[in-house]
Design a protein around this ligand. Structure first.
Ligand code: B12
Ligand code: SF4
Length: 564
């Protein structure tokens, strides 16, 4: 399974940190449908060179617009050797006729209904050339195969999506085209979402959902369920959802510390033109103030080049964002993705400049803007980044924070992303991204000041059974405290703050058991250590033990589940 990268991400000279943030969740999701006996590899070119000299039964490639050319080249290469290739993802859905000649099978839309259908057809020896998704549900989604992901290569291995799509319909967004033919917004069940969250090691989470707050009832139940888990998390939401009463508070209570917000433009005319109705007439300043007072950092997203934008939009927007005390900003050049309403409008008006998909990367002007030249648009975009992330801007912007902790956190977070790129580059090359995770968590938690948050693991209670007493606070428990198997129970304090140390096989009293991770220990106790007590306790004939890592909720007694 391959996620090809766009050229910038593969530069031997310099790798921007953003390509080492998130693992290929889409492919890991699809891998969940394959048999446990299948030999599967996931290759992500954003973090490592691809190995293409193998001879698999099936090659699966996820295609984004900016990696389409590369994806087709890889596909052609495999097919020339007689290997079956299937293509899917956003760009294939937008332009199936372009993708089809490079594949044995193409997939349009989300894969949760079509992919298992294809696998059954393949097993029966009659796979179709095209599968189009129509049935939209996340019920019964198999476990995402995170075990196929090399966590050491990503700063945020705990990325997840608990919904698909978005309830809104902005003209420039990929969403309407991708979800055509079925529901455009749907969620997991709250229980499934919570189970996935509980299974993730470490503390930090990043929800990649387009709009985590899009279904109020779902979001409320999710946040209620996450209370006390001790998580720190980031996500994306709209201005409207930030201003809505109560929901933000619930999110903050269970660990929200930074939100990506799609402001897009400060012009009402632009908002109307792009049908971004949910932003029209909203008080952006009030939304930012509300987030800051709740201790949530803001990543503000802006798009340049809409029809009401002239050459002054860049300086105006940057100045506005600095005045508001926005911590980080993501700027984009408006990009008409094929099959979107915006693309159709630009094409009808003869304003598209070319179809070189590599440059549809939100950094190049690929259309003629109405009130400026394409060059002014590109130069303004780069200038906006430079101006926003100047030291003087960072300090000025930090001064708008309501308190000192907010100001220090602001400087640390903002500078961390854009002022230390060489340091990120070194970490990426040394495959040491996990070293930066505690720093990120510390900054998110307000440099250790986030009073309301419980540490992961919470209190370990009620596990005394003839062995070591387990009523200790997380963080102070030595690794591998063992509640000895007098009563067929074993309790292991596992280094839950270290994401990479997965629980090792342990056994208790006969049969195949599932053990819970019940406490956190210091981050430096990273390596799983041999444990002679448990080894001795392992009965003969036990050769497999399943684990379900779990971060217990604070204040709840932790029970070890002896048999499942
Ligand atoms: C995380 C993310 C990234 C991450 C990581 C990407 C990754 N590892 O997958 C990084 C930072 C690297 C990234 C980079 C970029 N991104 Co990005 N990213 C996202 C984001 C927020 C979430 C992706 C995700 O994980 N979704 C959840 C999983 C479960 O869904 P999925 O990946 O789509 O996979 C499902 C289906 O697509 C389908 N599927 C996919 N492939 C296949 C293959 C087969 C065979 C089958 C059956 C099905 C199938 O089935 C999967 C399960 O349902 C999306 C927004 C979004 N909602 O998709 C933007 C998004 C995909 N990015 C986008 C863009 C523009 C970019 C950049 C160009 C940004 C830039 N300027 O650098 C680069 C380009 C990257 C590239 N390779 O070309 C656009 C894509 C537009 C397009 N038409 O392609 C999006 C939609 C954002 C937006 N709203 O505009 N991105
Ligand atoms: S709110 Fe965001 S995700 Fe939803 S349609 Fe608009 S741009 Fe797309």
């Amino acid at each position: 399974m391959i996620l090809p990268a766009l050229t910038e991400a593969t530069s031997p000279l310099f790798r921007p940190v953003k390509y080492s943030l998130f693992p290929p969740l889409g492919l890991a999701t699809l891998a969940g449908y394959l048999s446990p006996d299948d030999e599967i590899t996931i290759q992500d070119e954003h973090v490592a060179p691809l190995r293409l000299d193998d001879d698999p039964d099936l090659v699966v490639i996820q295609v984004y617009i900016t990696s389409a050319r590369r994806a087709y080249r890889i596909a052609d290469r495999y097919r020339a050797r007689g290997v079956r290739v299937v293509l899917g993802g956003l760009h294939v859905t937008s332009l199936p006729a372009e993708a089809a000649p490079h594949a044995d099978t193409i997939f349009l839309g989300p894969g949760e209904d079509t992919w298992p259908r294809f696998l059954a057809d393949l097993a029966a020896g009659r796979p179709a050339p095209v599968y189009r998704s129509t049935e939209r549900t996340l019920a019964g989604l198999p476990r995402v195969r995170r075990d196929l992901i090399d966590r050491s290569r990503y700063l945020v291995p705990n990325s997840l999506v608990v919904s698909r799509g978005c309830p809104h319909v902005c003209d420039f967004c990929y969403k309407e085209a991708f979800f055509e033919g079925g529901k455009g917004f749907y969620t997991q069940t709250v229980d499934d979402a919570l189970a996935e969250i509980e299974a993730l090691p470490g503390r930090h989470l990043y929800f990649l959902d387009d709009h985590l707050f899009g279904n109020r009832r779902f979001a409320t139940a999710l946040f209620d369920g996450m209370r006390g888990m001790g998580r720190l998390w980031q996500a994306a939401g709209t201005v409207q959802s930030v201003l809505a009463p109560d929901l933000l508070e619930k999110a903050v209570d269970c660990g929200l510390r930074s939100l990506f917000v799609g402001f897009e433009t400060t012009s009402q005319e632009n908002l109307r033109e792009q049908r971004k109705q949910q932003n029209v007439g909203r008080d952006y300043t009030a939304a930012i103030r509300r987030l800051h007072h709740a201790g949530v950092m803001v990543n503000a997203s802006f798009v340049f080049g809409m029809d009401a934008d002239d050459g002054t939009v860049f300086d105006r927007t940057v100045e506005w964002a600095i005045e508001q005390g926005v911590e980080t900003a993501t700027f984009h050049v408006l990009t008409p993705y094929p099959s979107t309403a915006l693309y159709r409008r630009m094409a009808a008006q003869g304003r598209l400049l070319h179809s070189d998909w590599d440059r549809y990367d939100t950094r190049h002007a690929v259309f003629r803007p109405r009130l400026m030249s394409p060059r002014t648009l590109e130069e303004g975009y780069w200038r906006a980044y430079r101006d926003f992330y100047r030291w003087s801007s960072i300090f000025r912007s930090a001064a708008a924070q309501p308190d000192l902790v907010g100001r220090v956190r602001h400087v640390a977070y903002s500078a961390g992303w854009k002022k230390f790129e060489p340091a990120w580059d070194l970490l990426i090359r040394a495959r040491q991204m996990r070293r930066a995770r505690p720093v990120l968590e510390n900054v998110l938690s307000g440099l250790g000041s986030a009073g309301g948050l419980e540490p992961p693991g919470g209190r370990v209670e009620g596990v005394r059974r003839g062995g070591v007493e387990g009523d200790r606070r997380a963080g102070g428990v030595p690794a591998h405290q063992v509640d000895h198997p007098l009563e067929q129970r074993v309790v292991v304090a596992h280094p839950a703050t270290d994401d990479d140390a997965l629980p090792r096989p342990l056994a208790q009293g006969g049969g195949d058991h599932r053990l819970d991770v019940v406490a956190a220990v210091e981050a430096d106790q990273a390596e799983p250590r041999p444990d002679p007590v448990l080894d001795e306790a392992r009965p003969a004939g036990v050769d497999a033990v399943r684990h379900r890592p779990r971060v217990p909720r604070a204040g709840h007694p932790v029970r070890v589940q002896p048999d499942h």
